[in-house]
Design a protein. Structure first.
Length: 194
C-alpha cells in the first residue's frame, strides 16, 4: 500500500509542477459572426474564434455584456454573468494554459479587461476597468474573480494569481469569486444573487 502511495505521489508531482504559460488573442467583434438581437435593448450575440479551439461568445443588451467560452458557451453560467455597472468587453483576451498530454496547450482560464461606467461624486460619470477571470472547460464556465484594472498598478499580476490559484478547482455556483487588490470608483462586480 505504501509503494502505491509513493508511486501515486510521483505520478501526481509533474502535474502539479506543470509550467503555466500565457497567450493573447484579440477580441474584435467586427471580425466575429454576429446574430442580431430582437428588441431595442438586445444587441445580439457574436461568435468569435478564441485560442486552442476554444470559441468565445459575447452577448450584449441593456448597456451590458456577457462573455462565455467553449462549445456550450450559450448554456454556461458565464453566459448570464455580467457586472452591475454598465459595461462593455475589452479588446484582448489573456489565456492561461498548461501543456496537455499531447503537447498542445490546454487553457484553463481567460482574463478579459471589461470597461465600466459608474457614477461618482456630483453625478459625474467615471470610466473604470475590471479584469474578469473566467474558468474554462472542461467543466462549467463561470467568473472566478475580479480585479480593479485602474486602482491597481499590478492588476494583470493579480488577475493571473486568481486564475492560476483558483480557476482549475473552482466550482461554479458553489464557490465565491475572488476579489483581489484595491477597489476604486470604477470597480464593479455582478449584482448580488448572480
Amino acid at each position: 500500500m505504501r509503494a502505491f502511495a509513493v508511486a501515486l505521489a510521483l505520478f501526481a508531482a509533474p502535474a502539479a509542477a506543470q509550467p503555466i504559460a500565457r497567450d493573447y488573442t484579440p477580441l474584435d467583434l467586427s471580425k466575429c459572426r454576429h446574430k442580431a438581437g430582437r428588441g431595442e435593448e438586445n444587441y445580439g450575440e457574436w461568435s468569435c474564434a478564441g485560442f486552442a479551439g476554444i470559441a468565445v461568445q459575447v452577448r450584449g443588451g441593456d448597456q451590458r455584456v456577457t462573455v462565455s467560452f467553449g462549445p456550450r458557451a450559450a448554456k454556461e453560467p458565464a453566459a448570464s454573468m455580467t457586472l452591475a455597472a454598465p459595461n462593455s468587453e475589452g479588446k484582448t483576451i489573456e489565456w492561461r494554459h498548461v501543456p496537455g498530454a499531447d503537447g498542445k496547450p490546454k487553457p484553463f482560464a481567460a482574463i478579459l479587461r471589461w470597461n465600466t461606467m459608474t457614477v461618482g461624486a456630483n453625478d459625474e460619470p467615471f470610466r473604470g476597468q475590471v479584469l474578469v477571470v473566467t474558468r474554462l472547460p472542461p467543466g462549467a464556465v463561470c467568473h472566478v474573480g475580479y480585479v480593479d484594472g485602474r486602482a491597481n498598478p499590478d492588476a494583470n499580476a493579480l488577475a493571473q494569481k486568481i486564475a492560476d490559484e483558483n480557476a482549475r478547482g473552482f466550482q461554479c455556483g458553489k464557490d465565491k469569486p475572488v476579489v483581489l487588490g484595491q477597489q476604486g470608483p470604477g470597480f464593479s462586480i455582478p449584482p448580488s444573487g448572480h
